[in-house]
Design a protein around this ligand. Structure first.
Ligand SMILES: [Zn+2]
Ligand SMILES: [Zn+2]
Length: 147
């Protein structure tokens, strides 16, 4: 068993406990993630069985395959996940739930070529995956432009 990492939303109503380690942060510049997050969507991928959540979490099925969740009191982003299909079984937890983003490092930027003209993420160590390459390895995504 790894250490337990605790996080919470802005108002404190939603709490999360993860049996570590947390793993790396993945960022997404796809159109839906940009719109939902307001800028860049980031998530720490954790197997669902290692996550305990409590509080007023609301979810939105943002596409046929993706689901996004937030605190119903303060609006803090909580997770993105694929409820079913080949990528199911994981939460992509919002790094901001944890102090110092859970000490995780930014390992990957997907839809890296789709960032807005105004900004992109400066992360020299991160792997950058273009929309075309990402959808090549995730063929179920190609039905839409993103999730
Ligand atoms: Zn809250
Ligand atoms: Zn995305």
């Amino acid at each position: 068993m790894g250490e337990v990492i605790k996080g919470h939303c802005l108002c404190g109503a939603v709490t999360v406990e993860v049996t570590g380690p947390l793993g790396e942060i993945s960022a997404c510049h796809c159109e839906m993630c940009t719109r939902w997050s307001g800028s860049v969507q980031m998530g720490i991928e954790v197997p669902q069985e290692r996550v305990t959540l409590d509080g007023p979490v609301k979810t939105h099925r943002s596409s046929s395959i993706g689901e996004r969740a937030w605190c119903d009191t303060c609006g803090t982003a909580v997770w993105f996940r694929y409820p079913d299909g080949p990528d199911a079984g994981y939460f992509e937890l919002a790094p901001g739930l944890f102090d110092n983003a859970g000490d995780a490092r930014l390992g990957r930027v997907v839809y890296a070529d789709r960032h807005p003209d105004a900004f992109s993420i400066a992360a020299p160590d991160a792997v950058r995956v273009s929309k075309q390459d990402y959808e090549k390895t995730h063929p179920h995504l190609s039905e839409g432009t993103n999730t």
